[in-house]
Design a protein around this ligand. Structure first.
Ligand SMILES: *Cc1c(COP(=O)(O)O)cnc(C)c1O
Length: 222
């Protein structure tokens, strides 16, 4: 079966929805970065998204990401998925941002800018620190010179309507405000990475400035 819609058309549509959500929220479009999520997506499709002007891409797994990072060095690559400690050596220097730090051990081994993943829903299947666990983690990590915490990331539960995901996103935003008040060294709250294909409109209303979108751009994953 051939794809009925083009990636370029999807990107135009997603961008227009991002813009509408930004306007509704009284925010500027330029402060929101679209990260196209390319897990399971072939290099040809990645190239099409680059041609359509996408500058930032995200992958879940290190092994799948590395060939694409090498093939497309002209764009920024983000590591979104859970990172195993035995893979850390493979990621150093390859990604613009690692979104999924959730332990002191991992923070100890990485270098560069990272986000802390927070499990705002409490779902057992999700990675991330608990909201309560965020503060003790940051107290320790703020003492590490090897990384800089530059924001927070969360994954909302599956929803049928974007608005249902809003409480999880507002939770992350509130947490980022609390963290900011602590004025911890090496900790800045510049980024909120939240919002995927089904819920990015709600995430933008709650202040997301990194949205991670796969299916709405590349179609359903096989
Ligand atoms: C797959 C994935 C996305 C994109 O999800 P879609 O529903 O395809 O938009 C975003 N973030 C993470 C962490 C993912 O694993």
């Amino acid at each position: 079966m051939t794809r009925a819609v083009s990636i370029t058309d999807n990107i135009i549509e997603v961008r227009s929805q991002i813009e509408q959500a930004a306007v509704l929220a009284g925010r500027r479009l330029t402060e929101i970065t679209l990260i196209a999520v390319t897990k399971t997506i072939a290099p040809l499709q990645v190239a099409e998204a680059i041609a359509a002007g996408v500058t930032d891409f995200g992958e879940n797994r290190v092994q799948e990401a590395l060939p694409k990072v090498i093939a497309f060095p002209q764009v920024n690559w983000h590591l979104l998925g859970h990172l195993q400690r035995n893979k850390v050596k493979d990621v150093i220097g390859k990604f613009k941002l690692i979104h999924s730090v959730d332990s002191i051990k991992l923070a100890q081994m990485l270098t560069g800018p990272v986000l802390i993943e927070v499990n705002t829903s409490g779902e057992a299947t999700k990675y991330g620190v608990t909201p309560e666990g965020l503060f003790p983690l940051l107290q320790v990590v703020s003492g590490f010179a090897n990384i800089q915490v530059v924001g927070l990331m969360t994954i909302a539960p599956m929803v049928t309507d974007s608005e249902q995901a809003r409480p999880y996103f507002s939770r992350l935003r509130e947490l980022s405000f609390k963290v900011r008040e602590l004025h911890l060294p090496n900790v800045k709250m510049s980024y909120l990475s939240m919002g995927m294909s089904d819920d990015f409109v709600a995430a933008i209303k709650e202040g997301a400035n990194l949205v991670r979108i796969g299916r709405a751009i590349f179609g359903k994953r096989s």
